[in-house]
Design a protein around this ligand. Sequence first.
Ligand code: GLY
Length: 356
Amino acid sequence: MEKLILELKQRKCEVLIGEGSFKNLKDIIRGKRCFFIIDKIVYERFYSTYLRELIIDLDHDIYLIDCIEKNKNIIMVTEIVKMLSDKGYLRDSILIGIGGGIVGDIVGFVASIYMRGIQFINIPTTILAQVDSSIGGKNAVNISGCKNLIGTFNQPHFVVIDNNFLTSLPKREIISGLAEVLKYGIICEYGFLNYIDKNLIDILNGNINIIREIVKRSCEFKINIISQDEYDTSIRKILNHGHTIGHAIESVTNYSVYTHGEAVIIGMYYECLLALKLNLIDEAYFKFIYEILRRFDIKFDNSILDEDRFYEALLMDKKNKSKKISFIFPISPSKVEEYMFSLDEVRGFKLSNYHF
Ligand code: GLY
């Protein structure tokens, strides 16, 4: 097992990585009361085979979540808060989330408001959550049909990344997580992009040794960025490469056609294409990235890039300023930069002329 330390302004967050790291839970919580928020599917798959023996002796309760985006709302938050209060959980208790990004959002948000804040631990069980959402303290819930409108920055005290949860993940889920992994290759380290390219077949076939390696490297990249910019005011925005267009595609398709990762892969294609058109990168580098992205064989109907709703969604991006839309473009291998464009400028790029 490896331990990575994320140094924050006020304290640190410890990130434990490796098969079986979950077995450290008892040492981490040191007899405190624990309230578990667990993805129902993870519970069904792992409770009797793995989780039960490690949590049975703890003073605890369990709340199960049906992890669909529509449930990530303020009603669920108040239900959990009520349960915590009914059962007498106090500020010295610990919330523990076991699941993917939806669980991480709920547990982080509840932990930031219950009794004005209690400690929490993230135990991510998908590649996406292990390499991105469990680290960095962002959380949010949806309201009035708007995704992630209410949220806080609230850092977990521990992130426990146990690769045992990654066994027999469906291919679509692996691809979704890999989008963020590829992103680190583009924004941080060309050599890492090369490594993924060379090992992609093994990764898609679920080779745990290689997956362990890419998860660890991705966590190191993310920790390095968050330690420089906890509150997303400067360098952290590079994590949004591929996400400006990716989020707009997700929004226009009502979050029901593409997984987040698939939308980000399509977003990375169009954002790299724009970087090429703007002469920020050369043809060879673009082609290298494009060929990796194409290997995921995602079918994309680019007619949505003509719809007004697509441009409206671009305008709603949280990173925008003064009606300018923010994009993170590659400018050379391992390097990206933010560029801002007006809506008319973006329309002028005529994205729908290009097929992914
Ligand atoms: N997932 C992007 C961030 O943590 O800032």
